[in-house]
Design a protein around this ligand. Structure first.
Ligand SMILES: O=C(O)CCC(=O)C(=O)O
Ligand SMILES: [Fe+2]
Length: 323
């Protein structure tokens, strides 16, 4: 299996999207993972985002620790520490709305005020928040364009997902994987456990000195996603898989450590999530005579369930197929 690469530029410039949509349909149905190029996002925004990430890595320990939150808090810096005390990865996570007031101002609360836990920003790093806001807005624009093409790939109107994502509560995960010692009893060299993502689609940029992201094949083997500076890695999350009645699979992936002690990896993951009160039911074009495979669920309930049953149990245990 190879991870497909799709150039979406012809479909974004007002041209006929048919050929691009056919490639996307194939990648989404058969693999659930692809690399998208020609997306139009300014590479300077990506560079700025990584530069801001480097500032977190360079913070004095005490200042970085002040950003760490218990996982259940769901915003802030999370550290995955193994049983020998090694930090396998650090993820700074935040959502599109800084706090409840911001969500209220945008009429995005949808009856779920508790969802809008305040973001945790390193306020001592000037410009950090603005940089991430600029990157986030641009990446969400890419995600909206892609969802339009996904709609076409599902024989739906191109604007089908616009309203459901009009107040998106998208989650960002700024992932830093510190260099790891290489020794033979190191925990299988896996630094982010196998999992499938929870949301709509994931838009991920990766950078590093080695290729660490791997996707599980149907046969159980692992395929490496090549580093490509000009590409976003795109994959389907559980919620979108439900929305498509399972037609687009939420594919399992993991991150492995590098080949030597200097190996470093960073990634910027964006989990594009719909409005918090959006009810997700399999779209009619994917439901046959046997009826839908998934019951309707709101984005809120789904995220709560995912947090409870997957993230908090074993920071990304193998996901159970959901009915
Ligand atoms: O670092 C990566 O490439 C993967 C990150 C990831 O899978 C996640 O944050 O869900
Ligand atoms: Fe993931």
């Amino acid at each position: 299996m190879q991870i497909p690469v799709v150039d979406v530029a012809p479909a974004l410039s007002g041209g006929d999207p048919t050929a691009v949509v056919a490639q996307l349909r194939h990648a989404l149905t058969e693999v659930g993972f692809l690399q998208v190029v020609g997306h139009g996002l300014d590479p300077a925004l990506v560079d700025a985002a990584y530069a801001a990430m480097d500032q977190i890595a360079a913070l004095p320990d005490a200042e970085r620790r002040a950003l760490v939150r218990p996982r259940a808090g769901s915003r802030g810096l999370f550290e995955e520490v193994d049983d020998r005390g090694r930090v396998l990865n650090r993820a700074l996570q935040f959502i599109t709305y800084d706090d409840l007031a911001a969500a209220e101002a945008d009429d995005a609360v949808g009856g779920h005020p508790d969802y809008f836990v305040p973001n945790v920003w390193p306020e001592q790093l000037s410009g950090f928040r603005t940089t991430w806001k600029a990157y986030g807005d641009a990446a969400r624009t890419v995600a909206r364009e892609l969802m339009g093409l996904f709609a076409l790939a599902l024989d739906l109107p191109r604007d089908f997902f616009e309203e459901p994502f009009s107040k998106d509560v998208t989650l960002f995960s700024v992932n830093l994987y510190p260099p790891q010692p290489v020794d033979e009893d190191y925990f299988e060299d896996v630094i982010l456990n196998p999992h499938a993502d929870s949301g709509g689609l994931t838009v991920l940029h990766q950078r590093g000195t080695y290729e660490g992201l791997q996707v599980r094949e149907a046969g159980g083997g692992w395929v490496t996603v090549p580093l490509r500076e000009d590409a976003f890695v795109i994959n389907i999350g559980h919620l979108m898989s439900r929305w498509t009645n399972g037609r687009f699979p939420a594919t399992v992936h993991r991150v492995v450590a590098g080949p030597d002690t200097s190996a470093e990896r960073q990634s910027i993951a964006m989990f594009f999530l719909p409005n918090v009160d959006q009810v997700v039911s399999p779209v009619p074009t994917t439901v046959g005579a046997e009826g839908p495979r998934f019951a309707p669920i709101s984005a809120y309930d789904w995220q709560q369930q995912f947090m409870r049953e997957v993230v908090l149990v074993n920071t990304y245990a193998e996901p159970e197929p959901v009915a």
